[in-house]
Design a binder for this molecule. Structure first.
Ligand SMILES: N[C@@H](CCC(=O)N[C@@H](CS)C(=O)NCC(=O)O)C(=O)O
Length: 299
């Protein structure tokens, strides 16, 4: 991993990194916020700092959330690190949307492993986000036998829109092995198989076989995942979100959990007047941060 830039922000630092990914066969950018606790001498040697992964939405790079979600204040408050990955492989050699639209291809990898050519060449975003990136960050930051940061065990996941879908999907697919301790989402695409953004992406990356789609669709996955302990999923969505009716449809997730172990444990908070932007996200980041801090054992 190569450090491209270090930026002082709040009480810690945002580290901008780039690395060659085995999964995507491209160079990938990722931002990591190390909270003030990382730099403190008082950190008990045995305590590793947990991480919260934020998966961004369509058109985003790691910078959108780093600059506009205001997670850093919360990371310092509770003592977790943040990981802001990119949303797709990029570069001239990486196929993008034949229609040239922003909802597929570059900036729109949908966090799945593509099986269809030409996308299967590079769009292995599921493996990248949930396996390769945590391991790579672990090796980079926890050198010399001193492990201060936890990228693999005590980890929470959240995201926005396409990234909200990615968070729900990764959490539920990894649920039996407790891959993530906590999951939340901002304006997520909850049922990609049923909405235009998701159908376009799934057809392009996964092909026409619907069974492949169900393996990533939160509304299908949640029916087959038995909830344990006190686990809950927290979702916020603005009622003035222009994508609400066509692409997000949070009510479909509430329908899907009816009569399952998740009924009553998926909280969808529809908030009046908010749109799809980072004004909306940053407003509710403190509530999500507290939710994850509890689930990560920080409070
Ligand atoms: N670029 C699209 C909007 C796409 C969009 O709203 N993307 C969301 C995620 S789904 C986002 O986070 N955009 C970047 C930003 O607001 O900084 C348009 O022109 O309508």
């Amino acid at each position: 991993m190569k450090v491209v830039k270090e930026v002082f922000v709040c009480g810690g630092k945002l580290i901008k990194l780039s690395h060659k990914s085995i999964s995507t066969k491209t160079s990938m950018n990722v931002n990591v916020y190390l909270p003030k606790q990382y730099y403190s001498q008082d950190l008990p040697r045995k305590e590793r700092i947990p991480t919260v992964v934020f998966l961004s939405g369509l058109t985003c790079t790691p910078d959108n959330a780093s600059e506009k979600a205001f997670w850093q204040f919360q990371a310092d408050k509770y003592g977790f690190a943040m990981v802001f990955p990119d949303t797709s492989p990029r570069g001239d050699e990486v196929a993008s949307d034949p229609e040239g639209s922003w909802d597929f291809g570059h900036g729109a990898g949908f966090y799945v492993n593509a099986t269809q050519e030409p996308y299967a060449q590079h769009y292995m975003m599921y493996d990248y986000i949930h396996k390769e990136l945590p391991q790579t960050l672990d090796s980079h930051f926890n050198k010399d036998g001193v492990a201060k940061l936890d990228f693999q065990d005590n980890v929470a996941i959240t995201g926005h829109s396409m990234g909200g879908f990615g968070a729900l999907s990764g959490y539920l697919r990894g649920y039996s092995e407790k891959r993530y301790k906590s999951c939340s989402a901002f304006a997520p695409i909850v049922n990609p198989s049923k909405v235009p953004w998701g159908q376009k992406a799934f057809k392009g990356y996964l092909g026409d076989e619907r069974a492949q789609w169900q393996a990533y669709d939160p509304c299908s996955l949640i029916k087959n995942v038995r909830r344990t302990g006190d686990d809950k999923i927290l979702i916020h969505i603005g009622d003035a979100d222009p994508f609400l009716e066509e692409h997000l449809k949070p009510e479909l997730l509430l329908e899907a959990v009816k009569s399952t172990s998740w009924q009553g444990h998926v909280q969808v908070k529809k908030v009046h007047g908010f749109d799809h932007s980072y004004y909306f996200i940053s407003t509710f980041v403190p509530e999500h941060a507290e939710f994850h801090a509890k689930n990560l054992g920080l409070i």
